[in-house]
Design a protein around this ligand. Structure first.
Ligand code: VGL
Ligand code: ZN
Length: 197
């Protein structure tokens, strides 16, 4: 059985949002069309407390997009985004959410970021998505959403490492592309066995 995993199609990652991904809104209609044909649909939602440690605002003297060292490894500092319950954290208004049987929220622990839908950025703390998919007998995953080089890539690589068959629909993703991160992410996905379609 297969599932479509739609990653973080939220207002803050779309034009006008706090961490806008260029053309982030242009993938919505294509994702809606894919959902119509999917066997199962999972949506993910970046979901941070207002004092989240991935926010540059929480670190004296640091600007957004700087890199810092966290106990779990390097971390990009972001503008405040996807704050729990905010308009920016809501799904894009045109995204059809009714088909979703599961919505997985991530990044809600103040001290740790979570790009991947499977594990937080320590690569250890599970979100529970793996168990959900396995208990439903889902082995094939198609992924689309935002951003290609962060949450989509991390999710796809973790899924491939866990043994799922993973295809990323690159035309239904858009990237932040920070210091070449898109090319790196694509190479890392291919290396992990992810199919880029
Ligand atoms: C994301 C940066 C910070 C993403 C989430 O959805 O790719 N990127 N939080
Ligand atoms: Zn985030």
């Amino acid at each position: 059985m297969s599932a479509l995993i739609v990653i973080d199609v939220q207002n803050d990652f779309c034009p006008g949002g706090a961490l806008a991904v260029p053309e982030g809104d242009q993938i919505v209609s294509g994702i809606n069309a894919l959902m119509a044909e999917a066997e199962a649909v999972v949506l993910t939602q970046d979901w941070h407390p207002a004092d989240h440690s991935s926010f540059a605002s929480q670190h004296d003297g640091q600007d957004p997009y700087a890199m810092i060292e966290m106990p779990y490894g390097p971390q990009v500092l972001w503008p405040d985004h996807c704050v729990i319950g905010s308009k920016g954290a809501a799904f894009h208004a045109d995204l059809i959410t009714d088909r979703a049987e599961m919505v997985i929220r991530k990044g809600f622990r103040p001290a740790i970021d979570s790009y991947s839908a499977f594990f937080e950025n320590d690569h250890e703390t599970p979100t529970g998505l793996e168990g959900y998919l396995r208990t439903r007998g889902i082995t094939q995953l198609t992924m689309a959403g935002l951003a290609t080089d962060f949450c989509v890539a991390y999710s796809a690589i973790d899924a491939a490492k866990l043994g799922f068959d993973v295809t990323v629909k690159l035309d239904l993703c858009r990237a932040i592309d920070l210091n070449g991160s898109l090319e790196t992410a694509k190479a890392d996905m291919l290396k992990a066995g992810v199919i880029l379609a």
